[in-house]
Design a protein around this ligand. Structure first.
Ligand code: PEP
Length: 249
């Protein structure tokens, strides 16, 4: 039985006061009412330590939005997986489409970063998803399969997380239909079993991401093989993010 994971990707949003209030509010709710899912927040780097303090003692987990492949060294502006772990992170998002687009991150680089995450004891959330053009051309499943085969670590642990995020649905208000989500997630599950065997392939959680909000969360979270959500915009609103978690079946 896979427990659902509701992960908030704050992207490059939030200053100290607002970020700690948001995280503290979530921790308070999670302490008051045992959540039916796992909650994770991935704030920008400058908020990792204050957010770690704000959620301390609560069931809310902390994650980074990216990591460097090396543990330390001359890499100005980067953070290593070890540094994320040192702030209290247990997760790291890797290969988000915004990093693939803005920083030219390849599948091979994402795979190397996933090894760095494992080295530091972090659980990687590896993002895959097709563009609008690729979907229109009928290539969505082919593109996703290539990303899965090339971005995931060669030997995965059951704790690994994959996030299916159609690029055209991120931050646009557009959402994939439950039918499309079911088709892609079933294909990802099949691939995970092929690559890592039955036990691990069935244990890996597959999140859906792309304009998830309280109004569509229940329908999406009920789709087979949807083991949670990676949430951008709605994760910045405490009540919306909490409502998404509460909509898990
Ligand atoms: C994301 O950033 O991963 C995301 C899914 O964003 P949004 O929920 O805003 O579409």
């Amino acid at each position: 039985m896979r427990r659902k994971l509701i992960a908030g990707n704050w992207k490059m949003n939030g200053l100290r006061a607002g970020g700690t209030a948001l995280a503290g509010g979530l921790a308070e709710k999670a302490n008051a009412e045992t959540p039916i899912c796992d909650f994770l927040v991935c704030p920008p780097a400058h908020l990792l330590i204050p957010v770690a303090d704000a959620i301390s003692g609560s069931p809310v987990a902390l994650g980074g939005q990216d990591c460097h492949v090396n543990a330390s060294g001359a890499h100005t502006g980067d953070l290593s997986a070890e540094m994320l772990a040192d702030t209290g992170c247990s997760f790291v998002v890797l290969g988000h489409s915004e990093r693939r687009a803005d920083h030219g991150e390849s599948n091979a680089l994402v795979r190397t970063k996933s090894a760095a995450a494992e080295r530091a004891g972090l659980t990687a959330i590896i993002c895959v998803g097709e563009t609008a053009e690729e979907r229109k051309a009928g290539r969505a499943l082919e593109v996703i399969e290539k990303q899965i085969r090339e971005s995931l670590p060669e030997s995965a642990e059951a704790s690994l997380v994959v996030a299916y995020e159609p690029v055209w649905a991120i931050g646009t208000g557009l959402t994939a239909t439950p039918g499309d989500v079911a088709e892609v997630h079933a294909q990802i599950r099949k691939l995970l079993i092929e690559l890592f065997g039955n036990d691990t392939g069935n244990a890996i959680r597959i999140l859906y991401g792309g304009s998830v909000k309280p109004a569509n969360a229940a329908e999406l979270m009920a789709v087979e093989n949807v083991d949670g959500a990676l949430v951008g915009g709605a994760s910045l609103k405490l009540d919306d993010f909490w409502a998404i978690g509460r909509s898990c079946p």
